[in-house]
Design a protein around this ligand. Structure first.
Ligand SMILES: Cc1cc2nc3c(=O)[nH]c(=O)nc-3n(C[C@H](O)[C@H](O)[C@H](O)COP(=O)(O)OP(=O)(O)OC[C@H]3O[C@@H](n4cnc5c(N)ncnc54)[C@H](O)[C@@H]3O)c2cc1C
Ligand code: SF4
Length: 322
């Protein structure tokens, strides 16, 4: 591990000024950052500890909107009574992530910012060719073992999956990330994450020094009737092979779909909203035939790299049981 300077920020203004300096990273729960530093994947010269900043761990559920501070612990959000009632998919996506110890330590801001679990990315000692870690060096996964790699949103230079669960539920329900740098701005979470294209080392919209301070999720009937389903190689303590956040609102007749939101995880290079599938379902009768037709469109444009072909079959089943 490279020697680094440690700074504990006492206020948000100082944190963003310090973090704008070269080779600096924020430290929240540390459950991703320290792992990657020990692996020599992240080699910051400076780390700005933001865990003592006040007012960034609040959870508010009002009539129209849910506001979650970036430093709120995953476990606190998952177990919050009002979140469970107003937004079951948000709570479930956090409960299905990592382990109890990790959820008690990790923040939701850090959770959004976690990096891919691509084994080649995480092993610089054995693999020098990773375009995400070392731009222009090639991609070991393309001709390697790629069972846990993406089938949606890939490019010819990177097929790494975005591994988080919470962001999948956020993207399904039109959440916004609130960011503080020199000023404050709001970024729709769907735009926050970038496709790899030719620049897989650029993963999100944050500029140097910008800090996530919170997340806003508009309340809706679909969110109140939502669920997060996660399919894994083993039942717990595992990243998704495929997952889905789904919310649905029916008309008064109890069978016509008024509103539906679907996003999938474990399949794509970023949390993947299925707007085409949603549009196929809106206004239709909720029955087996409608669901089967729409489910088939889940994997429109999907591309297998070999070992991950099973995901193309699994993806529709993550939100629609056969
Ligand atoms: C064994 C294991 C299993 C896991 N399983 C899952 C799983 O199944 N599903 C899942 O979703 N996750 C899983 N995770 C990931 C885990 O949820 C993340 O490590 C955690 O949420 C990161 O939060 P943190 O506060 O510890 O972030 P940190 O490690 O402190 O930071 C992570 C990154 O985010 C940056 N950062 C942190 N806070 C901010 C902020 N406010 N603004 C801007 N940048 C910031 C840091 O600089 C760093 O780059 C797993 C992790 C481990 C170790
Ligand atoms: S898939 Fe992306 S992260 Fe993995 S080795 Fe290839 S370039 Fe690196």
């Amino acid at each position: 591990m490279r020697t680094f300077e440690y700074l504990r920020a006492e206020d948000a203004a100082t944190a963003v000024v310090e973090a704008a300096k070269p080779e600096t990273r924020f430290l929240a729960g540390g459950t991703t950052l320290l792992d990657l530093m020990k692996l020599n994947v992240e080699r910051p010269a400076r780390v700005v500890d933001i865990t003592r900043l006040s007012g960034l761990d609040t959870i508010e559920v009002s009539a129209d909107v849910i506001r979650i501070g970036a430093l709120a612990k995953m476990s606190k959000v998952a177990d919050h009574a009002d979140i469970k009632e107003a937004a079951p998919a948000l709570s479930e996506s956090l409960w299905r992530a990592a382990s109890a110890q990790l959820r008690n330590m990790a923040s939701v801001g850090g959770n959004l910012m976690q990096r891919t679990r691509c084994t080649y990315f995480r092993d610089p000692g054995a693999y020098s060719n990773c375009n995400k870690r070392n731009p222009g060096s090639g991609c070991a996964a393309l001709d390697g073992v790629n069972r846990n790699h993406a089938v949606l949103g890939t490019s010819g230079v990177c097929i790494a999956i975005y591994p988080g669960d919470f962001a999948v539920s956020l993207v399904a329900f039109d959440a916004t990330v609130i960011v503080r740098g020199a000023s404050e701005r709001k970024i729709p979470v769907d735009e926050f994450f970038l496709l790899p294209g030719d620049t897989p080392h650029l993963e999100h919209q944050l500029s140097a020094g910008e800090m996530i301070v919170g997340i806003e999720i508009p309340r809706s009937a679909a969110l109140e009737r939502s669920h997060y389903l996660k399919v894994c190689d083993r039942e717990s303590y595992e990243f998704a092979a495929a997952s889905a956040a789904v919310g649905i609102e029916l008309e008064a007749d109890g069978k016509t779909i008024r509103d539906v939101r679907i996003a999938v995880g474990g399949l794509a290079t970023k949390p993947w909203r299925l707007r085409v599938v949603e549009n196929l379902l809106k206004g239709k009768t909720l029955d087996e035939a409608t669901l089967r037709t729409a489910a088939a469109a889940t994997v429109d444009g999907a591309k297998s790299s070999g070992h991950n072909a099973f995901k193309i079959e699994l993806a529709p089943k993550s939100w629609h049981a056969p």
